[in-house]
Design a protein around this ligand. Structure first.
Ligand SMILES: [Zn+2]
Ligand SMILES: [Zn+2]
Length: 108
C-alpha cells in the first residue's frame, strides 16, 4: 500500500491509458511503472537490439550459476544458451541477474 506524498491519504490503483497507476483523491497520480512492467520493457528492448533472445522459459526453471552482474554486482544469475542465427557460430550463453533481471551475454 502506498500513501500520497502530497496529502498523506491512501492511494488507490486505477487504470489510465492502459497503464496501472496509483491515484489519490487530491488529484496526485503516481505514474511510476510497476516492476513487472519495467521487466517486460527491458525484455522488449533487449529483443529489439537484436542481440538477445527473449527468455521464454520461466525464470524458476532456469539454472542458476555464479556470475557477477555488471549492473548491480549481484553474484548469481540465471543462464541459458541459444544458437545464433548464423549456424557456423558457436552457442551463445546468456545470463540474467537473479536480483535486478539485467540480461547480458557471456563474453567467455
Ligand atoms: Zn493526495
Ligand atoms: Zn543485477
Amino acid at each position: 500500500m502506498l500513501f500520497c506524498p502530497k496529502c498523506g491519504s491512501l492511494m488507490t490503483p486505477k487504470v489510465e491509458k492502459g497503464k496501472k497507476v496509483l491515484s489519490c483523491a487530491c488529484g496526485y497520480t503516481n505514474k511510476k511503472i510497476s516492476p513487472e512492467e519495467a521487466r517486460v520493457k527491458e525484455v522488449v528492448k533487449a529483443a529489439h537490439s537484436g542481440s538477445y533472445d527473449i527468455v521464454s522459459e520461466d525464470d524458476t526453471t532456469l539454472p542458476v550459476t555464479e556470475a557477477l552482474c555488471p549492473d548491480c554486482g549481484h553474484d548469481k544469475a540465471y543462464w541459458w544458451s541459444k544458437q545464433t542465427r548464423a549456424s557456423d557460430e558457436p552457442e551463445t550463453k546468456f545470463l540474467k541477474c537473479e536480483k535486478c533481471k539485467n540480461i547480458w551475454r557471456d563474453a567467455g
